[in-house]
Write a new protein. Sequence first.
Length: 679
Amino acid sequence: MSTRALRKAQRELEEKKRLEDLAADDESEEEVVQPKASMFAMLGGEDEDEEEEEDPKKEGEDPQKESEEETPKPKASTSKKKKKKKKAKGGKTADETPSTMDEIDRALQSLSVTEPKQTSDEPQQDPASQELFRLLSIDSQSLHAQNEMRKLFGRAALERDTEEPAGRQRGRGPQMGLANAVAGRNARGGLASLGLRRNIFVQGNEEWPRATSGGLSMEVVEKRADGSVEYRYAHSRAYQDVQRQFETCVASMDPQRLVQLLQFNPYHISTLLQVSEIAKQERDHATSGELLERALFSFGRSVHSTFATNISQGKARMDFRRPENREFWLAAWRYIANLGMRSTWRTVYEWAKLLLSLDPENDPYCVRLVIDQFAIRGRQQQDFLTLAQSDFFKTRWNGLPNIDMTSSLAFVQTSQMGQGRQALFTAVGRYPWLAARLFQELEMNDTPPGIWGKQPRSPYEHLLTELYVIRAKDLWNTAEAKSLLVEVASAVYTSPPKESADLPITRDVARHTILTENPALISAVPRTLSAQVQSTSDPLPPEDNLPSYDATPTIGRRIPVYEPQQLEAELREEHGNLRAFFESLVPWFRAPEQGEQGRLEPDLQNQEVVDRMRETGLSFQEIWARAQRFENLQGALEALGEVEQAEAELQLEGDEGVRDEGGHEEGGHEGVRDEDAGR
């Protein structure tokens, strides 16, 4: 039976039982004619049935009468049915009697169905935390550069952008070697379209390799009392093995090994970031940006189910001390630099705000030193002013010249001229050396006497001045901004600032400066900090680093993997099965002989080998894992063979001692016993 028929039958049984009860109690005839509404009526389940019963065709009415009816009547009946549905959804109506409502309440209580109480945690939380969440809320749609490109240039620009890789391959000749090595082997079919556009960070590309993240995931570390949630990225055992292989490739200083590792692990974050840097050094910025997008895409599809909601509400947090989390910071920062080359500044500002929201208390990448310039370029002046004037950031950003100087520009550009002049007057009086440096950089010869000859008082002030002037000089290089700067600076008569000049250059500021990759700025970082940079994949890690595992590569000869639960026969059986697999995969396969060096690496340049690998139905990662397992078993069996050979040699020496003449025979047995004891 259908659900509708069951509901109708149940309603008829209830009404019949109710009528019998009413007749037994000798109640009035009116009550019998108008039975009380059933529970199915409350749920709105009988609307469709009643509509069918009211249908004239089903009641057998004369079709001639139906044709004679006026046209407005069906509309009236339709509105009547809509009102009936609204009453069913709304619950209590004016036609319902008190006894009916009492019965409904008792039924709801018996079923434990009560209206949900508004127990929202937001009113109970600290108002300051709620204000911070509102300030750090992220618009996930603004994280996608395609959306901004579509708004700026229309869909035609995106179509040309998708066709660009093929054009680059035809036009750039030998420079496309790296791009072909990274993506050429995956030309036959890439990622499925499902899920490509649902990624919170980057929209995927159908031409990217069809592979999993390799063991990257996200976990919830802590749900804090203020309403924020701390997350962390985690690496599986398989991912950790690839991470150690990455460290080995980096130690070899051979870029080709990194490219080869990326071919078998197309979504390994550290390898993607490193090969992206190689492409940038070769001035292949398109490939570099694509690899960064692939890394962020892998991060995005590995996030926790609650991360997207919390990041949009400004509640998601991460601990910078964890190396897995720092990879996301680095990937996002380099992606911001790549977006800046495309002038998608609205997207850049949203990404900068995202990094700030992950750790607003510490801000390990010092986004505060550049977010003001991103806001002006991305036309988010009012949002930046709201951030800078909030209680949380006002105290933490106090004493930063870039915040004070750019705030004056933001006021002026939002038609708040009076506040802009006052903010610039305060900033020039507080940082006269910064204004003097701007006059010098903009080639404005008539420097006002109030700021003429002013110099930073400490290396810290010098570094902040250079960071701002070099990156923000074009924001002031307009006729309106120049005239405002001259007008305000001419009215300033500076006195020695009250703030102390003995502020040190912190590790975070040094990391921010090193990531700019500007030699002039990096030279201002103290040698004690810049000398600690040992890897571009993790520049200046924090002193209180919290590694989850040891990613140090094994130096020297490969250590075979021994599994105590496996007997030697099982090892040999597994080794034989893998040998048979590779012999069927590659007919000319030859396992390394004992004592030979090298690795079992499929020849990806041979199309026949690639086709055979595809026919197995296994991914390249799975085949690569089998190859590694085969090598480990090969090493383990070689070690077992060496032990057996040593034991045989000892036994042979013992037998020779037994065969010695006369007095030497006994000594031979003692020698054997001594060697046995030594073993």
